[in-house]
Design a protein. Structure first.
Lengths: 267, 300
């Protein structure tokens, strides 16, 4: 039931010289309910800006973001008007890990648990589950600045997952990881999202990642961003295998679509 | 910008970390264990050397004093050991603790008052532009005002009592505290505030878990400088006609022209201040910045 709809989102940023720079130029799409929607586009096109708007950190200049979650909606267009309004439970894995460096790894997760009012009884279990998922259980008492960049990124990933949100936003969560770790974590993330059934939006500039993880792939143009095409993945999450022919065919098709669209745009 | 460049079909492996086995618990290998031990013993040797150098420096100072005492009468430059004996008398006679206690109390109360005003003021100045413009002139003015003048003003206004000592200390150091907290607040990482919003951190948690830890090193530096100023002001206030405190004792030595008493009180005072500044605050600093790796590696 949890879905996110982005409707004609427009966003300007002020430039140094005082003029306005158009970043989002009427972006519209529906995120796949209970699935992973990959936002695929060149860097600098406005993907992070859009995620920030969805998370409520940035205000759009025009357009809307509509949530519908079990229990109601942020938005007056609810079909379930009798239930009290509530914001969706939202998790965010940032492009830079944004950890509290003065807190131990596990306390960074606890910080999010407290804010999200997760019952204290389940903290321990979740710490163990999600820290071992990202391979950092033995580093739970360590301070972030003593970890490598990739390990810090994984702490951010664990924090976003561990609150078990209804809507999960992930901004290039694997781009700073080595190939092997990234591959493992992509698979684990797909599994977890399938199990928890949250609605996930994952920003990436990697076509293979989009093909592997996305139940839906939304292709962004370069800045000012608009949606070039929305492609649904013909393969179920369980059927995707990096070496499988069907998967490779889909990946190729996606890449060709991207290249063709980028060509037509004449960039 | 070429879009082909940024939409890559396969991502190249990044070199920023060793290949990690996602579920593995890394146990230190034998060779890292050995190199750890070697590094630790090297660090220990270096600490020993540093301590030795400091001891040598103190011995050099006392030697210079002794040399000077050979050329001057004891009423002008007393012998170091005579002075140290006087220190012993002061400390064992019991009046050291009441006098030092009075001075310390004045410093601490004045300091506390200054903190109560400056921490919120500095945070507001760092976050609200209008308050920044409004309070900038008085804070800058206050910073340039000599502590001695504050001491005179406080005594004229409050009379010769504890209040004037507290006020002089507080007013002297408050601008300096406010400035460093103001600057610290401006350098706070906005991304972390955004992060705390996303995870619905309470206002309390935003302050305690996100903002204060970023200010702590600014606050500690401010306390260091502030204490340095506070000692100076409080001694001046006490010299003006208080009937106790280290400043009063120094003036009493001056009145009977006992260089030995003046120096002995000065030395005891210095020792206490050094213990507080380097011992207590140094310890506080180390214990609140444990999360930060030390940047000692490049120093010789
Ligand atoms: N706070 C901001 N102020 C001004 N410009 C910004 C701000 N945040 C992002 N931008 C600009 O907006 C564009 C899109 O940024 P971003 O959303 O981070 O791109 P992406 O995540 O797709 O790489 C970039 O050109 C960037 O310089
Ligand atoms: Mg980005």
């Amino acid at each position: 039931m949890a879905y996110v709809r982005v409707d004609r989102a427009v966003k300007f940023f002020p430039r140094e010289d005082g003029s306005e720079m158009l970043v989002l130029d009427g972006v519209s799409f529906d995120a796949k309910e209970h699935g992973i929607t990959c936002l695929l586009g060149p860097s600098g096109c406005g993907k992070s800006t859009l995620l920030n708007a969805i998370a409520g950190l940035e205000k759009l200049d025009q357009g809307e973001i509509e949530f519908r979650v079990p229990g109601s909606t942020l938005h007056p267009t609810s079909h379930i008007p009798d239930l009290p309004a509530r914001s969706p439970k939202l998790g965010y894995v940032f492009q830079d890990p944004r950890l509290l460096n003065w807190k131990r790894v596990e306390d960074n997760l606890v910080f999010a648990f407290k804010g999200m009012k997760i019952p204290r009884e389940s903290w321990q279990g979740r710490l163990e589950k999600y820290l071992s998922l990202v391979g950092l259980l033995s580093f739970r008492k360590q301070y972030p600045l003593y970890l490598s960049g990739g390990m810090r990124q994984r702490v951010g990933l664990a924090r976003g997952l561990a609150i078990e949100p209804e809507i999960l936003l992930m901004d290039e969560p694997f781009s700073k990881l080595d190939q092997l770790t990234a591959r493992q974590l992509r698979q684990d993330t797909v599994d977890i999202c399938a199990r928890l059934g949250q609605t996930t939006m994952l920003v990436t500039h990697d076509v293979e990642e989009a093909a592997y993880m996305g139940d839906r792939v939304v292709i962004f143009s370069s800045r000012p961003a608009h949606i070039l095409e929305v492609v649904d993945n013909p393969l179920e999450a369980t059927e995707r295998d990096l070496d499988d022919l069907a998967f490779i065919r889909f990946k190729k098709r996606l890449l060709q679509t991207v290249l063709k669209l980028v060509d037509q745009e004449g960039v | 910008m070429s879009s082909l460049d940024s939409i890559t079909p396969a991502e190249p492996a990044r070199q920023d970390q060793a290949i990690a086995v996602p579920t593995g618990a890394g146990s230190a290998s034998l060779s890292t264990e050995v190199s750890f031990r070697r590094a630790r013993s090297a660090a220990k040797r270096q600490t020993l050397r540093d301590v030795g150098l400091r001891v040598a420096s103190v011995i050099a100072l006392v030697s210079i004093w002794w040399l000077l005492s050979l050329f001057f009468p004891p009423s002008l430059v007393p012998k170091p050991w005579d002075t140290f004996a006087e220190v012993g008398v002061i400390v064992t006679s019991g009046n050291f603790f009441t006098e030092m206690g009075a001075t310390l109390r004045r410093v601490l109360v004045g300091f506390g008052l200054a903190m109560i005003v400056s921490i919120p003021l500095g945070i507001f100045m760092g976050t609200l532009r209008s308050l920044e413009s409004f309070f900038e002139p008085p804070v800058i003015l206050g910073l340039t005002m000599p502590g001695l003048i504050w001491a005179v003003l406080a005594i004229m206004f409050f009379g010769l009592n504890e209040t004037s000592a507290y006020a002089a200390v507080a007013v002297t150091i408050a601008p300096m505290l406010a400035i460093s907290i103001w600057q610290g607040t401006k350098s706070i990482d906005k991304d972390l505030i955004d992060m705390s919003k996303v995870f619905h951190a309470s206002a309390w948690s935003k302050v305690v878990d996100v903002i204060l830890p970023q200010l702590i090193s600014h606050i500690l530096a401010a306390i260091r400088y502030g204490l340095g100023l506070a000692w100076k002001v409080v001694v001046v206030v006490e010299m003006f006609g208080f009937s106790n405190g280290v400043g009063y004792q120094v003036v009493r030595g001056f009145n009977v022209f006992s260089m030995k008493a003046v120096l002995a009180w000065t030395i005891t005072f210095l020792v206490v201040m050094i213990v507080i500044e380097f011992g207590l605050i140094g310890w506080l600093e180390r214990s609140v910045t444990r999360w930060r790796p030390r940047v000692e590696a490049w120093r010789r």
